[in-house]
Design a protein around this ligand. Structure first.
Ligand code: DGY
Length: 310
């Protein structure tokens, strides 16, 4: 009987993936003394480096459940001729929804309000307390106008927001459809009431929001990071938030992730943190599972991947 392809899964998978993969491949759990496998399936940002690739001389494909591939050594994969698949586009709507959720939550102090409303004392809600900031009519700066950034711009127009953006290249569709205005990063940081970071983590973008950039933000600004924690200098952000130099930060991602339990950012009322759940809806995670499994099976059978990282 023909053997099923062996697929290394470094993290436990969810039931949807188990169901999609169970009959087609043999799932091999991560182990230091790994026997060679035919493919690597990446779930939950498990890192894949050259050494791991070299343990399997006939590795045919690396399939990532997610769009961000900063945890995979792409140069090493390319040098070895191993295609890497990911799941772009199917998660755009969910991540854009989450960016707006974080933006609104931070602006209207939602999480802080929830914590307050549940407290046993005091029992009086003071009308002078917990004023937030208007979202409607405010200026939104989107750093990274890819397909998710464009979906955020689309949602923001519903809130009558003025949209600025910064990107490697101009995005004419965003400009014509959502009146987004292309500006330099510094101008965006200086002018925006809300800044949403939506760029992939690469050597160029790592630490792109450091102390200098944070100092450019308005004192009333809110920073939303929904891409990767490494885009922002954590120490500089921590100092900014402790000093209440800006109004709020809302972070779906942090560096490191998760933050150590004693980290000062976890203690601040002006910081909202969620556990990297930008694409985590039932429907979107199902689509990501299907696409990543399609990539995996195509790679195993020598077919072009449905979505290959270039
Ligand atoms: C992505 O798609 O990169 C998200 O971070 C979920 O993994």
């Amino acid at each position: 009987m023909k053997r099923r392809p062996r697929v290394l899964a470094k993290r436990f998978l969810n039931p949807t993936l188990e169901e999609l993969l169970a009959k087609r491949v043999e799932l091999v759990p991560w182990d230091e003394n790994q026997e060679p496998v035919d493919a690597i399936y990446c779930y939950g940002h498990a890192s894949v480096d050259a050494e791991l690739m070299d343990r399997s001389p006939n590795l045919k494909v690396i399939s990532n459940h997610g769009v961000g591939v900063d945890h995979i050594d792409l140069v090493a994969a390319k040098q070895r001729g191993i295609p890497v698949g990911n799941t772009p586009r199917v998660l755009d709507g969910a991540v854009a929804d989450m960016a707006m959720a974080l933006l609104l939550a931070a602006a209207r102090r939602l999480v802080e309000g929830d914590r307050f409303a549940r407290r046993l004392e005091p029992t009086v809600f003071d009308a002078n307390d917990r004023h937030g900031r208007d979202v409607h009519g405010a200026t939104l700066g989107i750093v990274g106008m890819g397909s998710i950034g464009t979906q955020i711009a689309k949602r923001a127009t519903g809130f009558d927001m003025r949209i600025l953006y910064h990107n490697r290249n101009r995005r004419m569709t965003a400009e014509s459809d959502y009146s987004a205005q292309y500006v330099s990063l510094d101008e965006l940081l200086r002018e925006s009431d809300f800044v949403v970071l939506m760029v992939p983590l690469t050597a160029e973008t790592a630490g792109m929001i450091g102390a200098r950039e944070l100092a450019l933000l308005k004192s009333t600004a809110t920073l939303v990071n929904i891409s990767r924690g490494g885009i922002v200098d954590t120490q500089a952000l921590t100092e900014t938030m402790i000093a209440k130099r800006i109004f709020a930060a809302a972070l779906d991602v942090t560096e490191p992730e998760p933050l150590p339990r004693e980290h000062p950012l976890l203690k601040l009322e002006n910081v909202t943190i969620t556990p990297h759940v930008g694409s985590a809806t039932v429907q979107t995670r199902r689509r990501m599972a299907e696409l990543s499994v399609e990539n995996l099976l195509n790679g195993l059978t020598g077919k072009p991947l449905a979505c290959e990282v270039q």
